[in-house]
Write a protein that binds this ligand. Sequence first.
Ligand SMILES: Cc1cc2c(cc1C)N(C[C@H](O)[C@H](O)[C@H](O)COP(=O)(O)O)c1[nH]c(=O)[nH]c(=O)c1N2
Length: 222
Amino acid sequence: MSSLITMKESMPFNEQEKESFYRLLNARRDVRSGFLDKAVPDNVLQNILAAAHEAPSVGFLQPWNFIIIRSQATKQKIKEAYLQAKETEAELFSGARKDLYESLKLEGILEAPLNICVTCDRKRDDNNQLGRSTQGEMDIYSTVCAIQNMWLAARIEDVGMGWVSILEPMQIRKTLDIPDSVEIVAYLCLGYVDEFKDSPELETKGWNKRLDLEDLVRYETW
Ligand SMILES: Cc1cc2c(cc1C)N(C[C@H](O)[C@H](O)[C@H](O)COP(=O)(O)O)c1[nH]c(=O)[nH]c(=O)c1N2
């Protein structure tokens, strides 16, 4: 594990560090294509997982698990599940919107050397209700915080990461033998890539635009 990750820092961040951090936020991308045939070394994977494990979690539950998938046979089953789910999702669109949907590359399951399924154990530390007695889904939100940390760590390690949610959770559960009490939060594809794009692909391909931040911020009440 990298010493950078375990180092406890009480010092404020200097200007260069701040600049790097904001550059990282800006440079993070969801990556679904351009995966290279190059393995992610164990120490790099460890850094990404350690970053996830640094995430905040309600009641300090740390409700996450990470299933590391390298088997091409398993990936193939997940890819089939994706194709099924995508066919159903495509029915939601018509005309030019459907054509655009069909033209998008929305996963990199087979090409990415590494797939990771991130789960939330809903029974972990069951008696520890701190922070979630009124909002029971806080353990899931905590797991999403871990995934965002992975996204950032992957980017700084030069590893592309994409989130594939066009999947029926039941199919993932069956393929990966995940117990019922464990919620599937994310299916991720990771690997070195030929490039990180400057902007979200869904923006450059005309699916959606980045909203103006000022339109989203309200003061005092809704
Ligand atoms: C919870 C969740 C689930 C998904 C995604 C994201 C998140 C947060 N995204 C990626 C999404 O399209 C992407 O984040 C946005 O388009 C913005 O692009 P950047 O992430 O900034 O590159 C995504 N992309 C995709 O091609 N297939 C998918 O199934 C999903 N699923």
